[in-house]
Design a binder for this molecule. Structure first.
Ligand SMILES: *[C@@H]1O[C@H](CO)[C@@H](O)[C@H](O)[C@H]1NC(C)=O
Ligand SMILES: *[C@@H]1O[C@H](CO)[C@@H](O)[C@H](O)[C@H]1NC(C)=O
Ligand SMILES: *[C@@H]1O[C@H](CO)[C@@H](O)[C@H](O)[C@H]1NC(C)=O
Ligand SMILES: *[C@@H]1O[C@H](CO)[C@@H](O)[C@H](O)[C@H]1NC(C)=O
Ligand SMILES: *[C@@H]1O[C@H](CO)[C@@H](O)[C@H](O)[C@H]1NC(C)=O
Ligand SMILES: *[C@@H]1O[C@H](CO)[C@@H](O)[C@H](O)[C@H]1NC(C)=O
Ligand SMILES: *[C@@H]1O[C@H](CO)[C@@H](O)[C@H](O)[C@H]1NC(C)=O
Ligand SMILES: *[C@@H]1O[C@H](CO)[C@@H](O)[C@H](O)[C@H]1NC(C)=O
Ligand SMILES: *[C@@H]1O[C@H](CO)[C@@H](O)[C@H](O)[C@H]1NC(C)=O
Ligand SMILES: *[C@@H]1O[C@H](CO)[C@@H](O)[C@H](O)[C@H]1NC(C)=O
Length: 368
């Protein structure tokens, strides 16, 4: 009986294992190809390319139906239109897809690991499909895309940078025609995270750690410009090794798990916003823009708080609150740790003071 069961299992797995065993393509490591027919021939009886697949003068779509592992794919020249790698699980180095005006589809339905992905879509309504991607070193995404999901992504070791605007610089007032909806249901850890552009929703329910590995200064930069205001809700974010910078059309900010924080926290709402943060220990705070009120009910220790509101903000009330929660504060050196001003007209003149107050590092960060 047991032998029969065993036999059955062997028989059942036999054709499958024949089809799926990793089989290295020929004896060579690296290949170059110009046409799909050449690639089909190279990959006819195999699933793994140990070295590089280089594409030269490539035009039109690329598809590798049976390849599961590949060390690198390099586009040397040409004008690829789509990349379809339905079996690929592992890509050992960076995939660089920039300056490709005809590229509109990148389909990687089984990819679990890629070293780095750099995609710049110039086309209207491009398609990027990465439902199984679990971990990666870096992702850089530019283009006129709208909805984007990273359903399995848990960890981005270094930089994760997404922007759908025409220009993605720090100060540039963004122009982005298509609002994008972003969902990262299991993302836990990122080195530094940048999301910028026209964003209609942002979901990061599990994000807990921003390590700032190889970040310039900001562990988190959100620049959200929408047709409507969006909530910034980071329910599990608790460990941040770098500045947090949140600006844009923000409806609410929720950082309930952030208790201790030893870097700068910068918040600039474009529309009136009441802010409540449960943080206990923090370094520098900078609140600018349309701030209506700030509540820091648990604050015990802080280095500096700087407020420059465009609105009728009650500075005295905040000072009294701070004195109650983290005081007694020394009124005679108030200027050193509490600066509060109100009114749009003062903004430009005070920007310098802000940079000085927050230190050169932060000041330089603004310029990058
Ligand atoms: C992919 O594998 C299938 C099944 O083994 C085979 O029929 C097909 O020819 C292969 N395609 C290529 C491009 O190698
Ligand atoms: C693939 O296998 C077939 C059948 O064994 C053989 O005729 C063909 O030459 C092989 N192709 C390559 C590229 O090894
Ligand atoms: C690629 O295609 C685009 C759009 O068809 C065209 O404008 C561009 O000149 C092409 N570039 C190359 C290098 O062929
Ligand atoms: C981006 O998408 C919008 C709306 O679909 C379209 O009007 C615009 O031309 C697109 N831009 C590019 C560069 O394709
Ligand atoms: C990420 O993927 C690589 C390659 O599969 C693996 O070696 C590494 O352990 C993974 N790291 C994490 C944290 O999942
Ligand atoms: C964002 O997209 C919406 C809908 O297309 C548009 O109305 C709005 O002007 C866009 N916002 C920006 C800043 O481009
Ligand atoms: C914190 O960030 C700095 C760079 O800003 C980096 O050198 C350091 O290794 C990071 N610490 C941890 C624990 O990741
Ligand atoms: C605050 O709101 C006013 C009035 O709508 C606007 O002029 C100003 O630009 C806003 N501030 C910011 C930083 O967006
Ligand atoms: C801010 O809070 C005050 C007092 O609770 C409330 O009256 C006001 O409407 C709030 N403003 C915004 C923009 O939510
Ligand atoms: C407040 O600061 C002033 C100036 O540094 C100092 O002389 C004074 O002793 C301080 N008062 C308290 C209560 O620490």
């Amino acid at each position: 009986m047991r032998l029969f069961a065993l036999l059955l299992r062997v028989v059942a797995t036999l054709p499958l294992s024949l089809g799926t065993t990793a089989q290295q393509c020929s004896s060579r490591e690296d290949y170059t190809a110009r046409t799909q027919a050449e690639i089909d021939k190279i990959t006819q009886n195999c699933t793994t390319i140990a070295g590089e697949l280089g594409l030269v003068d490539w035009s039109g779509p690329l598809t590798l139906p049976n390849i599961t592992r590949i060390n690198s794919i390099t586009l040397y020249s040409g004008n690829i239109t789509s990349i379809e790698l339905p079996a690929l699980e592992y890509l050992g180095s960076n995939l660089l897809l920039t300056d490709l005006p005809s590229l509109r589809r990148v389909y990687l339905p089984r990819l679990e690991y890629i070293e780095g992905l750099y995609v710049d879509f110039a086309s209207d309504a491009p398609e990027l499909h990465l439902p199984k991607l679990t971990n990666t070193s870096s992702i850089y995404l530019r283009g006129n895309f709208s909805d984007q999901s990273f359903d399995s992504l848990r960890r981005v070791e270094k930089k994760f940078d997404i922007c759908n605007a025409v220009s993605c610089g720090y100060y540039s007032r963004m122009e982005a025609y298509t609002p994008m909806s972003l969902s990262f249901p299991v993302l836990e850890s990122v080195g530094s995270f940048i999301v910028a552009g026209n964003v209609s929703s942002l979901s990061l329910p599990e994000l807990s750690t921003l390590t700032c590995r190889e970040c310039d200064w900001a562990a988190l930069q959100l620049k959200l410009y929408g047709s409507s205001r969006i909530p910034v809700d980071l329910p599990k974010l608790s460990s941040v090794n770098g500045s947090l910078n949140i600006r844009g059309d923000i409806d609410s900010i929720s950082l309930p798990s952030l208790q201790e924080y030893t870097r700068e926290l910068i918040i600039t709402p474009y529309e009136p916003l009441n802010i409540t943060l449960p943080v206990e220990k923090a370094e520098d705070f900078l609140f600018t823009g349309n701030i209506t009120s700030i509540q820091l009910p648990n604050i015990k220790d802080f280095t500096r708080i700087h407020i420059d509101s465009d609105l009728d903000f009650d500075c005295d009330e905040l000072w009294e609150d701070l004195d109650r929660t983290s005081g007694p504060l020394n009124e005679s050196c108030k200027e050193e740790y509490f600066q509060c001003s109100v009114g749009v007209s003062c903004y430009a003149g005070r920007l310098q003071t802000v940079a000085v107050a927050l230190g050169l590092v932060l000041g330089m960060g603004f310029l990058t």
